[in-house]
Write a protein that binds this ligand. Structure first.
Ligand code: AMP
Ligand code: MG
Length: 325
């Protein structure tokens, strides 16, 4: 879906005036601010309730603008930008002075990407500058993949919501520290590790995920209201039923191989077999189970390859310990 030109102009005007405009990208909806306006950037943190030490991603309109925002770009970073932009890949590079420290959490590096969405690209080109855009939700909660999600969660706290339809990828970008010659994945996301390794011609180090299937290692993020527990795929049905019988309102992420299994629960989502469809639907499913009134979600992790790595990362974080734990 595209957006009306007048709406794109309105969003650009809001950014120029120091306001906040939410806009669609291929990953999730972003809460946009003029990256060069420290006050506007600071308001993003306030609206999200996000600690100011968590750096933002600066969205730019094309790889040709990269050198306006960063310096000392290694050859590998150029290669990745060339291969994956526009797309769900964020590169962490050395900050140009043009990027205020408010946007980088005080770091001398900055995260940059070119989103692959016609409405986002039209907005960036109309606006003409860089736009900081964390996910347009409150800190720690489920990211929005439709304009309605943004309106429901942020309401009047955002000056304008540019509607570009549902997001195609559905999970956030892959973040790569590209400051050195040996890039490292800081967060798995929409560009797969396998595709990065093919482009680089060598294996990549991945931080931030562990293969251990223990819930509770990761502080909660991407989390619905309902508690999330992760179990082996074969035990999802039995665990859900047990909790339901104990009086919980259970929502189930039914693994595709058990799609026909009868399950006693409050609400059931059958997980798509395709990882692309699962990623696209993930945050919507979590919201759906919250809205159905579930207080517990029983899910399992997909195979951690391709987009499954990013999905598993988000589910682990959703199952992580809550601040009140
Ligand atoms: P998001 O939460 O989707 O807005 O993505 C922002 C995330 O990008 C932050 O929480 C960090 O994990 C990462 N990030 C942004 N800038 C940097 C940076 N300069 N160095 C390392 N990680 C960064
Ligand atoms: Mg977020």
């Amino acid at each position: 879906m595209t957006a009306r030109t007048s709406d794109i102009e309105k969003a650009a005007e809001v950014l120029r005036a120091g306001g906040l405009a939410a806009f669609p990208t291929e990953t999730v909806y972003g809460l946009g601010a003029n990256a060069e306006d420290p006050a506007a950037v600071a308001r993003t943190f306030q609206v999200k309730g996000r600690p100011p030490s968590h750096p933002l991603i600066v969205h730019i309109g094309g790889a040709e603008h990269l050198d306006d925002w960063v310096h000392d770009v290694p050859a590998t970073a150029r290669l990745l930008a060339e291969r994956f932009w526009p797309g769900p890949l964020t590169l962490v590079l050395r900050r140009d002075r043009r990027v205020p420290l408010e946007a980088t959490g005080g770091l001398e590096t900055v995260a940059v990407r070119v989103p692959d969405h016609p409405v986002a690209l039209a907005l960036l080109s109309t606006f003409g500058g860089g736009v900081t855009a964390p996910s347009a939700n409150r800190f720690g909660s489920v990211s929005p993949t439709t304009a309605d999600h943004v309106r429901a969660e942020l309401g009047d706290a955002v000056d304008f919501v540019l509607d570009g339809g549902p997001c195609e990828v559905g999970v956030e970008s892959t973040i790569v520290d590209a400051t050195g010659e040996t890039p490292t994945v800081l967060r798995p996301g929409g560009v797969t590790r396998e595709d990065l390794e093919t482009a680089l011609g060598r294996p990549l180090a991945v931080h931030s995920t562990s293969r251990v299937r223990v819930p509770g290692q990761h502080p909660s993020h991407y989390a619905p209201r309902a508690r999330v527990i992760l179990v082996e795929p074969e035990t999802v049905v039995a665990e859900a039923q047990r909790a339901q019988e104990l009086g919980r309102q259970v929502g189930v992420f039914l693994p595709p191989s058990f799609a026909d299994a009868p399950v006693k629960a409050h609400a059931v989502v059958t997980v798509p077999g395709s990882m692309a469809a699962y990623a696209r639907g993930l945050y919507g499913f979590l919201r759906e189970l919250d809205q159905a009134g579930c207080d517990l979600i029983v899910a399992s992790l997909p195979e951690e390859q391709g987009l499954g790595l990013a999905i598993a990362n988000r589910l682990r974080r959703a199952a992580g310990p809550r601040p009140t734990d």
